[in-house]
Design a protein around this ligand. Structure first.
Ligand code: GDP
Ligand code: MG
Length: 174
């Protein structure tokens, strides 16, 4: 399995990234916000987009992230956003299971960020920032709290993963 694949331009990189986590944590809306700057108040309306290819620029090199929003697409992924909902503790407690799932189907080195979504729901918060941070540190993951609703940290979360993959690859090539 290739760590990256070359398309028409030798300087282009294509990375497969997966979005995983319990139902209704906001995976589809994080992708919609990142790729199209859209938000869907009703989750049903997000169904239909399996993956989205997003172009990013690092050091003048074009990097394409193919981001999958479909369960069971972990094979071949080099990056992952593992998402829970800060207003539903149960979704945080599922994270260990999602990490196992990820590591069963992909490389152990898959660049992973733990994402606590719906940070706008301050009154309904059930998982503290410190708890998210502690789990991420224990598992060796990046960590960020995001809101697909108010756009907070959405671009940053995706870029953290893609930039780290790009950096690892650059180090390997040189
Ligand atoms: P998925 O099943 O993980 O793909 O979740 P969806 O993206 O379909 O979102 C589930 C529900 O949560 C929808 O009603 C969204 O509008 C809502 N939602 C998603 N992200 C946020 C967020 O950051 N803040 C708030 N308040 N609601 C969100
Ligand atoms: Mg969805």
């Amino acid at each position: 399995m290739a760590f990256y694949s070359e398309e028409d331009n030798a300087d282009d990189y294509l990375f497969k990234i997966v979005l995983i986590g319990d139902s209704a944590v906001g995976k589809s809306n994080l992708l919609a916000r990142f790729a199209r700057d859209e938000f869907y108040p009703n989750s049903k309306s997000t169904i239909g987009v399996e993956f989205q290819t997003q172009k990013m620029d690092f050091d003048g090199k074009e990097v394409k992230a193919q981001i999958w929003d479909t369960a069971g697409q972990e094979r071949g992924a080099v990056g992952a956003l593992v998402v829970y909902d800060i207003s539903r503790r149960q979704t945080f407690e599922s994270i260990g299971r999602w990490l196992n799932e990820l590591h069963t189907h992909s490389d152990m080195n898959v660049v992973t960020i733990l994402v606590g979504n719906k940070s706008d729901l301050k009154e309904a918060r059930e998982v503290t920032t410190a708890e998210g941070k502690a789990l991420a540190e224990a598992q060796g993951l990046f960590f960020m709290e995001t809101s697909a609703l108010d756009s907070s940290n959405v671009t940053a979360a995706f870029e953290t993963v893609v930039k780290e993959i790009y950096n690892i690859l650059s180090r390997k090539v040189i």
